[in-house]
Ligand binder design. Structure first.
Ligand code: NAD
Length: 272
């Protein structure tokens, strides 16, 4: 019999109406979890994800929340607890790009990306940690195994280590995610809360359609990937699920790169 890795666990995936978040929501849904699908503006797309999970025999609800708004994030967690009684996993995935050359970047472009990609992670992770601790204290501690009482996986990017001209707001936000993740992992580990990140390379989603839908740009993108293929959202979802599962119980504060070797300095393969 196939083991359902997340049977009856409650999993919130922010920004799960498309791309990587959607793939994560579907993956958890088909592994027995109750999934909280979050969207900020595209309700129809969010509803389709919920329907797909349910039609595969899974359990899901849809909740609107802008992750950069404190009250929205609190309401997202409150609704998850209201519907399912607890939260076991947060996949803090929502993010976006607002690209511009540095000399032309407006404060609004800078602020929007920092607000969603970095402050949004702060708000969601803080709420998750509070919930994990509150629900742990409300049950008999002796009944617990030594496994984590809650797991958080943050969506970072290879641009937490690869500088990216023309995208300095994005690279700064993801660099910030790395140190934020490590710091809260250090702080939350004594509570038996595990916090880790995944850093995808080039994954085929709406965020970078402009690159993979143009044959010339796609060809030059492949120069940056030793494994010579673009990643899929499922590649990322499977790694997220591993970090959220008890199979990785002794992994704390790590960043897992899912990038086909993009961070291996591919230009040094036949140079230097
Ligand atoms: P996507 O555009 O398909 O998904 C982004 C999701 O975030 C969407 O569902 C969007 O609605 C949601 N979102 C945006 N602003 C929001 C807000 N304020 N509140 C709640 N949700 C919001 O793109 P994707 O590639 O799936 O991106 C998902 C994450 O993966 C992002 O954090 C992105 O930085 C990261 N990432 C993507 C790639 C890639 O190559 N696709 C590489 C590295 C990292």
């Amino acid at each position: 019999m196939i083991e359902l890795k997340f049977k009856d666990q409650v999993v919130i995936v922010t920004g799960s109406s498309s791309g990587i978040g959607k793939a994560c929501a579907l993956h958890f849904g088909s592994n027995g979890a109750h999934v909280v699908v979050n969207y900020s503006s595209n309700e129809e797309a969010g509803r389709e994800v919920v329907e797909e999970i349910r039609s595969n025999g899974g359990s899901a609800i849809l909740v609107r929340a802008d992750v950069s708004e404190e009250e929205d994030v609190k309401a997202l967690f409150a609704e998850a607890v209201n519907q399912f009684g607890r939260v076991d996993v947060l996949v803090s995935n929502a993010g976006l790009q607002q690209d511009a050359p540095f000399l032309e970047m407006t404060l609004a472009q800078w602020q929007k990306v920092i607000d969603i990609n970095l402050t949004g992670q702060f708000l969601a992770c803080r709420e998750a940690a509070k919930q994990f601790i509150a629900q742990d204290q409300s049950v008999n501690r002796n009944a617990h195994s030594e496994l984590a009482i809650g797991k958080i996986v943050l969506m970072s990017s290879v641009h937490d280590v690869i500088p990216w001209a023309g995208h300095v707001n994005y690279a700064a936000s993801k660099g910030g995610v790395m140190m934020f993740m490590k710091s809260i992992s250090q702080e939350l580990a004594p509570y038996k809360i595990r916090v880790n990140s995944v850093s995808p390379g080039a994954i085929k989603t709406p965020i970078n359609k402009e690159v993979w839908s143009d044959p010339d740009k796609y060809k030059s993108l492949l120069q940056l990937i030793p494994y010579k293929r673009i990643g899929t959202a499922q590649d990322v979802a499977k790694a997220v699920a591993w970090l959220a599962s008890d199979d990785s119980d002794y992994v704390n504060g790590e960043t897992l790169y899912i990038d086909g070797g993009m961070t291996l300095y591919p230009e040094f393969a036949d140079n230097g």
